[in-house]
Structure formats: C-alpha cells, structure tokens
Design a binder for this molecule. Sequence first.
Ligand code: ARG
Length: 465
Amino acid sequence: MTNPSNKNTTNQSWGGRFKQSNHELVQAFGASINFDYRLAQYDIEGSIAHAMMLNKVGVLTDEEKIIIIDGLNQVLTEINNNTFTYSVALEDIHMNIEARLIKICGEAGKKLHTGRSRNDQIATDIRLFVRANLKTLMTQVLELQNAFVTLAKDNINTIMPGFTHLQAAQPVSFAHHLMAYVAMLTRDKERLEDCYKRTNTLPLGAAALAGTSYPIDREYTAQLLGFDRICQNSLDAVSDRDFAIEFTSSASIMMMHLSRLCEEIILWSSAQFNFIELSDGFCTGSSIMPQKKNPDVAELIRGKTSRVYGNLTTLLTLMKSQPLAYNKDNQEDKEPLFDTVDTLSVCLEVLIAMIPAIGVKADVMRKSTLLGFTTATDLADYLVKKGLPFRDAHHVVGQTVAYCIEVDLDIAQLSLETLQSLHASIENDVFEVLSLEGSMNARDHLGGTAPNQVLAAIRRFESEQ
Ligand code: ARG
C-alpha cells in the first residue's frame, strides 16, 4: 500500500487517487484559466450565495460563513486590483479562487466546496455571465434603435428608390427604410429577452450530476443570486448548454441584420450610389490609391458576422455527441461564448456611434429614384382604378415602359397625348400619380411608406419604450 502522504501528484484538489503526476503536456492542455478568468466575479458571487445557503442549512457555522465570505471578498478585491496571481497548475478559475481562499482563511476555506461540484459551479458561472451580458446587450440594442429613429425623424420626406433584386422598384421614404432596421432590432431584442428567461435558471445544487446528500436549500440560493427558476433535473443542470446556444443563435441572427445594414452602408457610400456620406471618422484611406475612402468599419462588421456564425456552429457541434451528464468537452464552450459577447457588443457600440455620423444626400437619392421607372406600378394601379383588370393594366404599362426606353424618357415625361395613345382612359390627374411624392403618399396604410404612416411607426416605437 502506498503511503498517502508520499504521492507524486500535481493537483491538490483531486490528486488523492493518483499515483503518478500528469504528463508534462496535460497541465497546460487541460487548463482553462487563460480564458475562464473572466468568470471570476460570477464565481465569487456564486460561492458567496453557496456559503450563505450552507450556513442556513447548518452545514457551515456562522463564524465559518463570515470567514469564507470575507475571504471571497478579499479575493475579489485582489482580482479587481490586479494583484491576484493566476496559476495554470490550478487549472481553472474555480480552483484558483478556492486555493487562494484557503490560503487566506485556512480550515474554513476548505469547507466551501461542500455539497457542490465544479460541474454545477461552472454551469452557474456561465449563466450569471450570459445573464449580465444579455442586460448590457439589450441596452445597446435600444441605443442603436434610438440612433436609427433620430435619423429617421429627419428623413421622413426623403425619397429613395426602394429595391427588389437590387433593381429600382418603387419610391420609399428613407425613414421607412431605416425603420425596417428598427423592426429587425425589436425582434432581436425580444429574442434576447426570451433567452434571458431560460438563462436565468439555477443549476447549483446539482453537484457533480446526481445532487448532493446535504440538506441544501436551492430556493434560497436561487433567491440570493436572483435566479427566477431552478433547474429541475440535476443531470440536465450540469450538462445543459442550450442557453449558450440560444444566445449565440440570437446573436447570429442579430449579426446577420447588422451585416445587411453594413452591406447597404457600403453600397450607399460608393461613388456609384452616392446616397450617403460616411463621416471620415469611420472610414480609412488606401496606401496606394489617394482618392480612396473605404467604409472599413462597415466591412469589418459584415466580416465579424462570420465569427459569430462560427461560434454558433462550434457550440452546436460541441454538444451534439455528448452523453449525459458533464463532460470536459464543455470547457470548450467558453471561448466561443465570450467571443460572441465581445463581437456583438463592439459591433453595436461602433454602429451606435456611426449611424448619427451618416450624411444623407437627399438630392442624389431623389434623382436616383427618378431612374428605373419606379412609378410604373402606380400607373398600373391608376388604370385599374379606371376599370382595367390588373393583368391588362400591367401589360399596358409594360408597353409604356418599353416605349419610354426607346425614346429615353421617364413615364412622367411623356405628354398626355402620348399617354392617352397608350390608353384612352388616362387623364391629366395621372401626373400626380406618377410623381415620386404621389407614389410614396399613396401607400397610406399600416406598414406602408406614406410619410404619415412612417411617422406613426416612429410614434409606435417610441410609445413602446
Ligand atoms: N473548466 C471546467 C469547464 O469549463 C470546469 C468544470 C470542470 N469539471 C470537471 N469535473 N473537470 O467546464
């Protein structure tokens, strides 16, 4: 029999049953402290709640509880002051903090881990992390929406070509276009709110996988940590990472929206569109082409979208073959999760600053709307109101457009006689219908681009906040 005191192990926390130390590669390979140090404040928050609960149920004395909580607060202070020394030998944030706690408060510190495992501990830490970041992100989404709304208010009567297939389709209010992004962001925010509900569920108490033999009070821990619910199955509690996937999925959808926006910003700021002027503060030059002003920031947000999609794929793939319950694979959830939070947050931050710095070139937008027969549908609708079936009206207008292309004129530039030769029912009132304002104002119903409807959409958004 081996002398228990004479064992060659590296890790004090779990080394009891080991005869040999780890291979030299294993320590660094298995350690997560290089990234999970970011969870320190949540780990300590969870530990304080755990200590209070252990005291409430009689596992820790009042004195031990006080010593532990004071010790944990001291560790947090050291971390915040950058005087804490992280050690790879201590593998992860949990053991780094626990080792320091034991140094600070001795025997009492050794009792903190009673009735808990790193499995339910890490599950709790990342839920606290996601929960906190969801709050910040929701605030940022609202700030971005407000930036759009401010720009929209100045552009209710700014006419731009609305596109389908990136071909000029119909005149729309630029504000209406901006409010489309506000609508997307509202759904994005709702997805975060929804994810928050499921994230805000307490896994602590599941211990390693099966629960614990101590008379723990999970309701009390949940209450202390502000969790609305408690994970109802211990196996699920330690192994569930749905909330992280759900968050990254919501983040991916939001990044997709930001990427579409950025794509439009890139197009609009090109010399060919020339709809907007991006402020110099958000562009860069070229080292060879002196004329260049590149929309790098928008391009980078479009590019960063791929990182977040990659993170979602990583998390989904990470989970797909794991048997219940906890597996070390789960350690791989941190970096994609952190990266998703960081990427989404910085992209929102940059956009919140960039949107107000957009210079709108209303004249160019207007001139561009006059190209491509954007009021052709209005002429067809006009003929329908004169009694033609829509299909026939569509055909007549198609022929009118073909004629306009031949003579290089817009429909509105044709004389009344010419228009009447195309269809006898056309009268002088057609020119109002064929004007850009006439076209835009005509779409006067909920969700339409008529300025009063766009204003109503803005008011609706504002009243919902
Ligand atoms: N670093 C681990 C993780 O990120 C913490 C939990 C470790 N648990 C264990 N039984 N090895 O998932």
